[in-house]
Design a protein around this ligand. Structure first.
Ligand SMILES: Cc1cc2nc3c(=O)[nH]c(=O)nc-3n(C[C@H](O)[C@H](O)[C@H](O)COP(=O)(O)OP(=O)(O)OC[C@H]3O[C@@H](n4cnc5c(N)ncnc54)[C@H](O)[C@@H]3O)c2cc1C
Length: 444
């Protein structure tokens, strides 16, 4: 699986390729694996931000919870992402405004609620994750993108979103962009530090956490559910699957719920703050371009620039640890040099990536697959705030049996989803090509 073709470019010797995240080091205090048979009220499978938020919320309400994580809590996408906590909803706002304006309003409220939820976690758990509430901007690299951004913004503002339209000067953007739309809620952070902060809170809580404990199967046995790992089993009244891109590897997961997609990141060496400001990027807001497949830019407090996405690569189960593809690293580097021509001398020091679960609708899903087995999966590229928020809403449902209004748009009970028509490498490659043709036309 690569999703790229043609000859592989040579790796730049100055760029470190890692199968781990670039944001943090691996924690040294791993919890022991499950090596016996135990029972509990709720077993959570997967310790990303989603799974950890479920476990914490249940424990706060006095529920006896066990969390099983195959590596360490935070090992997945949660510690690897671009660090942009965005309050902008997923989807096509102009279409939704016409066909389902109520859903658009619900998505706006959910997206902004998820930012508030993550900010509250940072505050209440006392997490130092270099969070800067500078908002995120959907930036236009072409006139066509700017027109679309403005039309999208009109639909979003009418649905209650906190958006502000402006040109590159008004929004303090790099002057290679024409302008964009600032989502004023949210900002940027070090997602690795955020995830480790949540993990620390989890380890202090009453939750029984077993790391290095890959779940092999989940079986609904009517009077509860049984979860098997290589060295022990959990008998739980209820089980929640929160293992994101890996979920289809457990048989009980609804068919075609999501596809695993590899997303890559690169990070530059530190740059003088004056040189960054001289590009026009004075707001230091997170940036995501309006291409079919976005490019993302995040300037860190150390003045490194993290650049991500641009090419998506669909993977096959079972998913394995992997590094970025050199073709994609070269492409992300080309993007960085094009958007920041005055920083052409700045080295790319590292690259990493992670698996996300992408759904056909591009919306997250949460639901019930059998009497005692639930799931929350597939926050696509928006899970930094959405995965923990959705997790907490699902936890509340398990306690109260009620479905919060922010959970309703994502709630599913089917055991099978429609296959995706566009989540295939040739289609994603065509989208990338269309983006490059648009870039080239705009440069003429
Ligand atoms: C490169 C990249 C950039 C991104 N950028 C952004 C961004 O800027 N903003 C944003 O909002 N979102 C972004 N995302 C998406 C976001 O990171 C995810 O949506 C979010 O982290 C999902 O959280 P999660 O808890 O559902 O899954 P994960 O964090 O993937 O957690 C799943 C956990 O389950 C564990 N697991 C898997 N299988 C098993 C098993 N069998 N047994 C036990 N445990 C298991 C894994 O080890 C992992 O720890 C990005 C993602 C990537 C990869």
């Amino acid at each position: 699986m690569t999703g790229t073709s043609g000859p592989q470019p040579a790796k730049d010797a100055g760029t470190a390729y890692t199968t781990f995240t670039g944001w943090i080091d691996r924690p040294a205090d791993l919890a022991a694996p499950l090596d016996t048979n135990i029972s509990c009220d709720v077993a959570v499978v997967g310790g990303g931000l989603g799974g950890m938020a479920i476990a914490l919320r249940l424990a706060e309400q006095g529920v006896d919870v066990v969390l099983l994580e195959s590596d360490f809590c935070g090992y997945g996408a949660s510690s690897r992402n671009a660090g942009q906590l965005s309050g902008k909803p997923t989807g096509e706002p102009q279409i939704l405004a016409k066909v389902n304006p109520r859903l658009l309003r619900d998505l706006v409220r959910f997206a902004e609620g998820s930012v508030q939820f993550a900010e509250d976690m940072i505050k209440q758990l006392g997490i130092d994750c270099e969070y800067e509430p500078v908002g995120n901007v959907g930036v236009a690299a072409t006139a066509r993108q700017l027109r679309k951004a403005r039309r999208d913004a009109r639909a979003l503002i009418a649905a209650g979103a906190s958006e502000r339209v402006g040109d590159h000067r008004e929004l303090g953007l790099p002057d290679t962009f024409l302008g964009g739309v600032l989502t004023t809620v949210g900002g940027t952070m070090n997602p690795g530090m955020f995830t480790l902060g949540v993990r620390a809170a989890l380890l202090r809580s009453g939750v029984r956490v077993f790391e290095q404990s890959p779940v092999q199967s989940v079986t609904d046995i009517g009077a509860g559910a049984q979860v098997s790992t290589p060295l022990g089993r959990v008998r739980a009244k209820r089980v929640v699957l929160a293992n994101n891109a890996f979920a289809p590897e457990i048989g009980i997961t609804p068919k075609h719920l999501a596809k695993p997609v590899w997303v890559s990141m690169i990070e530059t060496a530190p740059v003088d703050a004056e040189r960054i400001a001289a590009t026009g990027w004075t707001s230091r807001s997170g940036l995501a371009t309006k291409h079919h497949v976005m490019e993302s830019y995040h300037v860190t407090p150390a003045n490194t620039i993290a650049v991500g996405v641009r090419r998506l690569q669909v993977g096959k189960h079972p998913l394995t640890d992997r590094t970025s593809d050199p073709v994609v690293v070269a492409d992300l580097t080309a993007a960085f040099r094009a958007r920041f021509p005055s920083l052409a001398d700045v080295a790319i020091t590292k690259t990493w990536g992670g698996w996300i679960a992408m759904t056909t609708s591009r919306l997250p899903v949460a639901g019930q697959v059998s009497k005692n087995v639930y799931y929350t999966i597939g926050c696509n590229g928006h899970g930094l705030g959405q995965a923990p928020y959705l997790g907490a809403l699902l936890a509340d449902h398990l306690v109260t049996d009620e479905i919060h209004h922010d959970l309703i748009p994502f709630w599913r009970t089917e055991s099978r989803f429609a296959r995706s028509l566009y989540l295939h490498n040739p289609v994603l490659r065509a989208a990338w090509l269309a983006d490059r043709i648009g870039d080239r036309r705009a440069a003429r």
